[in-house]
Each structure stands twice: as structure tokens, then as C-alpha cells.
Design a protein around this ligand. Structure first.
Ligand code: UDP
Length: 428
């Protein structure tokens, strides 16, 4: 069979990065050989773990463990260079699956892992920054669909940067997390949506809590009370994840309103329950409703209203919300106004759940662009907001983040001091 120049170029374009990746791994293997020999002389051994590789074939993933079988710090992944040089792992790809786990398939049932699993993957990257929503299959399928040399470079770079925030969340996490005196419901995005959609006899208030909200709750007693009376307090943003790490109260996932909204619409489209959108400038909620109906066929928007009404119009507005038959109400007045409003009116509203969602409508109405996915994967959505509106946001983010982190560090120091004092008492 003869290849045309065009076909040859395409084949070369596909083969070259693979060859470079394998060559680089081989070179690193040679360069790190003295370290490997030293670790081996100290008793370290290679552990082989079976994984599902390309087209579901078995791959022995190599890692370095000590005599007790625990991972060798810093050099745990060193033997994976052998997998990379052999080509049964690639630098970037879908995350390697455990044997016995469901293989990645398309809706038509065809295995789509036509590429080797990656040392770095979108799935692991998003897990690190707490934004791995949906299933590993969904995220891997997205990777395979959008795969390119440039995309791989981005995933590699972001994975290295994200490793600065600490490792992936592991093991069993507590159902509650406590961050600077605010008890949080430590739910995943899916669990939070399940909880929101479960019908209840009385209204449930749902609050998203980010770094700014924690700071605000320390200055505004009425806002703090509204948060404490909320039925669900959800951890929003990378700041809470970092705080959770520092305070040993790990956060399961970044459950923010903006990522929750489309997932909620998809579920509402299936369940037939409807949504009322309240807030934003005149016309904004209508644009969000139009966007929702265009993108989530079957999602019912029971009504919309802007968020700039006079106090004497409030009664009629609440009546309209109740008459609409909506199951869920989104209130987008910004914090702390929206949380206080929901708390104050909880007894008059007939919806199952009311969520304070901040500036979300402005994103989905197309008024304010949202940070690109790659920035969100790095946990830097806040930096994008700062870049968009520096005049309004500098105090919230530049001052707020520093204040928050210093409070977190003080809290940790206090806890450590407490533990030390208890130990001293026990010893004396
Ligand atoms: N807003 C409103 N009514 C008001 C004040 C504000 O509906 O009386 C809306 C405003 O139009 C914007 C949102 O509330 O859409 C506040 O956005 P911001 O980004 O400040 O909220 P955050 O997400 O930071 O809490």
C-alpha cells in the first residue's frame, strides 16, 4: 500500500509526539538510573499494579514502594518511566482505570480508549482542584474528543501547577467540615443536587459559601445567622479546599452555583420540576431562561423577575413565585442580601428549596464572560473576576484572601497549641 504525501504527513504528525514522549521517558530513565540504583540498595522495590490500558489491554503500572510496602516519597512515580518508555502509558491521556472497573465506552457501546492511559489526565487534574464533576467516563470521553498536542501540553502544565495545592483527596471524608466556625455540608456536586431536589414539607435554604462569604460572616451577624439557619451550606471554591487541607477538615468538592446550574437544569429536564429565576438587572433573568430552554430541552422555567424591586412590591412578587408552582427558586442578589432575603421570607415562600446564587445570572445571560475552563481547572476563577472588575473586586480577593488565609493559619496554630497542651497534661 502506497501512502500519499498528505497521508504520510498525517501519520508523521500522529507518530512524532508519541516517539518524542517515549524518547523523553527513556532519556529520563537513563539520567535517573543512579538514583534508582541507590533507592534499590536502600530496600525500595517496584510494585506492579494491573490497570486497563489501551483498548482494555492489561498494563502493569509500576510504582516504587519501601520494604513496608508504603510509597517512596518523591520517587513513588519514578518506575512509571518504564511504562512511558514502553508506550503502555503516555504522558497525558485518560486516567488509568483499575481492572474490573467499567471501561470507557461511547453511548454506542464502543470502547473509545484508543489511546494509552496517561500519567497526567484531566480527571486527576480536576480531582486535585475539586472540580471533577460527573463521572470519570464523561471526563475521559471529553478528553479523547478534544485531544491535541496543545491540549496535552496544557493538561501537563496545569497538572504540575495544581500539584502545588497538594495531592488528590483520598480516603473517607467526614460528612461535615468546619471552616473558621462555619459548619459545611461536605457533599459532592451530585449529592448536593440530590439533596436540593428531594421534596420537603417546608422550604430548605441553600447557601454557597466561598472565602468572601466566610470573611463577611465574621463582620455581619445577620448574614452569619442566615447561613447558620440554612439547611445546606455548600463549600464553594478553591480557597475552602486549601483551608480544609490546612485545618484537616477536607472538602469533598467545589460545589458552586455556577457549575451547579447546568447540572441542575439537566436533572430538572428529566424530573419535570420547574425553576423560578429571581435577581439581576431587568431582562437578565429572562435571558438566562431563554438560554436554559435552548440548551436543556424540557427544563421548565416557571417564571422570572429582576432583583431591583421596591419593598412594597415584595408581597406581590412572592405571590407570583408561589403561583408559578416552581419547585426551586434561584435568588441572585449577591451575598449577603440574597441569604438574608431568603431567611426573612422562608415562611411565605412555597418552593421546596431556595438557593442564593450570587452573580450567576450575569454569566448565563452572557453579560459577563466566565473564566475559561483551563483557569477553573487551576482554581483561579477568582483571579479572572479580579481581572474583569479590579475596582470592585480587589478588596474582596486581594485583601480578603490574605485575611482568610491568615485566620486559617491562626486557627491551625491554636489547634496545634491545644493538642500540645493536652499531651503535656497527659505526660505530667
Ligand atoms: N443584584 C440584584 N439586586 C440588588 C443588587 C444586586 O439583583 O439589589 C444582582 C446584580 O445585578 C448581580 C448580582 O446581584 O447580578 C450580584 O452579583 P455579585 O457578582 O456581586 O454577586 P456575588 O456572586 O459576588 O455574590
Amino acid at each position: 500500500m502506497r501512502l500519499s504525501i498528505h497521508q504520510f504527513r498525517i501519520a508523521l504528525q500522529a507518530a512524532l509526539p508519541v516517539a518524542i514522549g517515549r524518547g523523553l521517558a527513556a532519556l529520563l530513565l537513563v539520567l535517573t538510573a543512579p538514583v534508582a540504583v541507590h533507592l534499590w540498595l536502600c530496600g525500595a522495590r517496584v510494585r506492579r499494579t494491573p490497570r486497563l490500558g489501551r483498548h482494555g489491554a492489561l498494563v502493569m503500572e509500576r510504582t516504587l514502594v519501601n520494604r513496608a510496602g508504603a510509597p517512596v516519597a518523591l520517587f513513588h512515580a519514578l518506575p512509571r518511566l518504564v511504562n512511558l518508555a514502553k508506550g503502555d502509558l503516555s504522558w497525558v491521556g485518560p486516567a488509568a482505570r483499575e481492572v474490573g472497573s467499567r471501561e470507557l465506552r461511547t453511548e454506542k457501546g464502543r470502547v473509545v480508549v484508543s489511546v494509552p492511559p496517561g500519567l497526567f489526565s484531566t480527571w486527576k487534574l480536576r480531582q486535585r482542584t475539586n472540580v471533577a464533576y460527573g463521572t470519570q467516563n464523561d471526563i475521559d470521553a471529553e478528553y479523547v474528543r478534544t485531544r491535541s498536542l496543545r491540549a496535552n501540553g496544557g493538561i501537563l502544565l496545569r497538572s504540575l501547577l495544581a500539584s502545588l495545592y497538594g495531592g488528590e483527596t483520598r480516603g473517607e471524608l467526614a460528612d461535615r467540615a468546619d471552616i473558621l466556625g462555619l459548619p459545611l455540608d461536605n457533599l459532592s456536586m451530585d449529592q448536593a443536587i440530590d439533596a436540593i431536589l428531594t421534596p420537603a414539607a417546608r422550604l430548605r435554604q441553600v447557601s454557597f459559601i466561598n472565602v468572601d462569604c466566610v470573611n463577611l460572616s465574621h463582620r455581619d451577624a445577620a448574614y452569619r445567622s442566615a447561613l447558620m439557619h440554612s439547611d445546606l451550606r455548600l463549600a464553594d471554591g478553591i480557597g475552602l479546599r486549601i483551608a480544609g487541607r490546612i485545618l484537616r477538615s477536607e472538602i469533598r468538592q467545589n460545589v458552586n452555583g455556577t457549575d451547579l446550574f447546568p447540572l441542575l437544569l439537566a436533572r430538572l429536564a428529566a424530573s419535570g420540576q420547574s425553576l423560578f429565576l429571581l435577581g439581576g438587572r431587568p431582562g437578565v433573568a429572562d435571558d438566562v431562561a431563554a438560554w436554559a430552554q435552548a440548551n436543556y430541552t424540557g427544563a421548565r422555567i416557571a417564571g422570572t423577575a429582576h432583583g431591583y424591586f421596591a419593598p412594597n412590591e415584595e408581597g406581590a412578587l412572592i405571590e407570583r413565585i408561589n403561583q408559578s408552582g416552581a419547585a426551586i427558586l434561584l435568588v441572585a442578589f449577591g451575598a449577603p442580601r440574597q441569604e438574608k432575603w431568603i431567611e426573612r421570607n422562608a415562611g411565605r415562600l412555597h418552593v421546596h428549596a431556595a438557593l442564593g446564587v450570587g452573580g450567576l445570572f450575569d454569566f448565563y445571560a452572557g453579560r459577563i464572560p466566565r473564566a475559561p475552563q483551563w483557569l477553573r481547572e487551576l482554581g483561579l476563577e477568582w483571579a479572572f473576576r479580579l481581572y474583569q472588575e479590579p475596582g470592585r473586586m480587589w478588596r474582596r480577593y486581594l485583601v480578603g484572601n490574605v485575611v482568610f488565609l491568615s485566620k486559617v493559619m491562626t486557627e491551625r496554630a491554636k489547634r496545634q497549641l491545644g493538642i500540645r497542651q493536652i499531651q503535656e497534661q497527659v505526660n505530667s
